[in-house]
Each structure stands twice: as C-alpha cells, then as structure tokens.
Design a protein around this ligand. Structure first.
Ligand SMILES: [Zn+2]
Length: 122
C-alpha cells in the first residue's frame, strides 16, 4: 500500500535525520527559517513551498539507503518524530504494550538501528 510505504519512509528519514541533528552531525543545518533567509528553500525543495515553486526534482537529502526529494525538516511529520521518541523509551524500558501500528513502526526502526550498528555507518 502506498500510504503505508510513505509512512514507513517518513519514519526511516526521521530516524536518521533527527539523530544526525541531535548529534550535530548535520552541518547543512536544515532549518526552514534559515533556508528562507538565505534563499535556499527552492533549491532544497522545502515542503512548505508549493510544488511549482520548488526547484527541479532531485534527491536533496540522503542517508544510507534512503533518499528524499524534499527538505527533511518538512518531510518528517510530528507523528514520525513521536513514534521515534516512543521507540527509544520503549527500548530503554524494555517492555510495554504496543499497538499494532507501534509494533510495525518499531520493527522498521529496529531494523534500521541494527543495520547502522553492523555497518558502523554514522
Ligand atoms: Zn524546509
């Protein structure tokens, strides 16, 4: 299902993007306000711009196997960020009831986390 694939992609992007930001590894600084000030938002294909105002379609952000043609700040939804937060809490606690959607999301995140650990890909 398309919507499901899209949701999963958002989650994976959120995983890599938010972690990179937290660890300040993302030196490009994907802050929409800053992009706008520097006139970068069209080139970076910010999702807050209407599609026809964005630059030509191309991958603007990538990490490992995942790449997107939209600014990751606008691409990542609050829902994905929330799932991510819950995932790390759940891992820290080591147990807890999960909804079907959480279980599905956490499995995808677990796969991503393990791939990162084995590849040492940071
Ligand atoms: Zn943006």
């Amino acid at each position: 299902m398309r919507a499901e694939r899209e949701r999963k992609k958002k989650l994976i992007v959120a995983f890599h993007f938010l972690r990179a930001q937290r660890e300040a590894r993302d030196l490009a600084g994907w802050r929409c306000e800053q992009c706008r000030r520097q006139g970068l938002e069209a080139r970076r294909r910010c999702g807050f711009l209407p599609e026809d105002k964005r630059g030509p379609g191309r991958v603007v952000w990538a990490h490992g196997r995942v790449g997107i043609d939209e600014c990751p700040t606008s691409f990542v939804t609050p829902t994905s960020a929330e799932f991510l937060e819950k995932f790390f809490v759940w891992k820290a606690v080591g147990s807890g009831e999960l909804t079907a959607r959480e279980a599905e999301a956490f499995m995808a995140l677990e796969i991503e986390l393990r791939a990162e650990q084995t590849n040492g890909d940071r």
